[in-house]
Design a protein around this ligand. Structure first.
Ligand code: NAD
Ligand code: ZN
Length: 346
């Protein structure tokens, strides 16, 4: 495909060539938009732990190398396909994990497009935002609110919408307690969304610096799971939480959530480490618990999550890095060394 006039023929991108090896940062072709697609020149892209799972190939459903990861990209529309009616050249848009969906299946028809079995995923089944240009499906690309800082807003596009939807699914009401387990890219935003939604927050992580960040963002109680048993602490201090949102990247945190909960509580899993967790039948039945998974959010959830940002209620903690540093960033992520989110600057 040839890129539009005025657009360079090649771009720098970080490419997964083989699972579990360093990404290659090199030149590749700039894609051309057709049909419902738009070509976006990137300004920034958040780095999600899902990008690391993708590069490691550690999930059951694997992407096919070579591919370009990244699904928190923000940039300017440079060209549009002949079917695009809702975006124009110059608009500020993003990509998302929910890159597109079929629009016709039962899930799409009933407000659950996130469950569409024919969905495409940004940076996974289609090339993503770890490059100077990307394609988006104009029908699904989030429009960035006016006045947004393109670096600060990037983490909202996956981490933000995911935890916002996950918190809604906990059914925790204003004034009730929610535990956020895992205070990384997702979790530090979950603390902020929970506070903005009127919830009272307990934060759990295995690193004191993450817990300090959670307190800065409004957590009232923090527990280091490497130092104390978080379930015991939470039962002692608040007699169990009404809901738990697990964003951690270790399977141990998933089983622990069951005993953090008070009777009738709801546990929502956002984190996606490969593995399993023990689920004690007796506790789940006697306590009347609900345990559910939650995957990103719909286009409407995205609009709402961005509105919280635009209203000044959400301030992602982020650090800018260059694309050529992506392999170092992944190494820091493996060791839990990233505060908030890393955002790539183009
Ligand atoms: P991250 O690396 O930024 O943060 C992970 C956090 O988990 C770190 O703060 C780490 O210290 C903490 N942690 C590790 N072990 C823990 C334990 N035993 N107890 C408590 N905390 C622990 O990762 P992220 O970008 O926030 O992503 C988190 C997970 O969510 C990943 O598995 C990612 O793939 C997944 N994810 C899911 C969705 C979804 O829609 N469900 C969307 C985005 C990301
Ligand atoms: Zn993500």
């Amino acid at each position: 495909m040839t890129p539009p006039t005025g657009t360079p023929a090649s771009m720098q991108a970080a490419i997964v060539k083989n699972f579990g090896t360093d990404l290659a940062v090199e030149n590749t072709d700039v894609p051309s938009p057709s049909g419902h697609q738009a070509l976006v020149k990137l300004i920034s892209s958040g780095v999600c732990h899902t990008d690391l799972h993708a590069a490691e190939g550690d999930w059951p459903l694997k992407p096919s190398p070579p591919f370009i990861p990244g699904h928190e990209g923000v940039g300017v529309v440079e060209a549009i396909g002949d079917q695009v009616s809702n975006l124009a050249v110059g608009d500020l848009v993003g990509n998302a994990w929910l890159w597109s969906a079929c629009r016709h299946c039962e899930h799409c028809r009933t407000g659950w497009e996130t469950l569409c079995e024919s969905q495409e995923n940004g940076g996974y089944t289609v090339d993503g935002s770890f490059g100077e240009y990307m394609l988006v499906d104009a029908r699904y690309a989030p429009v960035i609110p006016e006045g947004a800082d393109p670096f600060e807003v990037a983490p909202v596009l996956c981490a933000g919408v995911t935890v916002y939807k996950g918190l809604k699914r906990t059914e925790v009401q204003p004034g009730q307690w929610v535990v956020i387990s895992g205070i990384g890219g997702l979790g530090h935003l979950a603390v902020q969304y929970a506070v903005a939604m009127g919830m009272r927050v307990v934060a759990v992580d295995i690193a004191d610096d993450k817990l300090a960040l959670a307190r800065e963002h409004g957590a009232e109680i923090t527990v280091n799971a490497n130092v104390a048993d978080p379930a015991v602490e939470i039962q002692e201090q608040i007699a169990g939480a009404h809901g738990v949102l697990v964003t951690a990247v270790h399977p141990a945190a998933f089983g622990q959530a069951i005993n953090m909960t008070r009777r009738g509580g709801t546990i929502v899993f956002n984190g996606l480490p490969p593995g399993e967790f023990p689920a004690p039948i007796f506790d789940i039945v006697l306590k009347g618990l609900t345990i559910r998974g939650s995957i990103v959010g719909t286009r409407q959830d995205m609009i709402e999550a961005l509105e919280f940002y635009a209203a000044g209620k959400i301030h992602p903690t982020f650090h800018r890095r260059g694309l050529e540093e992506i392999n170092d960033v992944f190494e820091e992520m493996r060791h839990g060394k990233i505060e908030g989110r890393v955002v790539i600057e183009y």
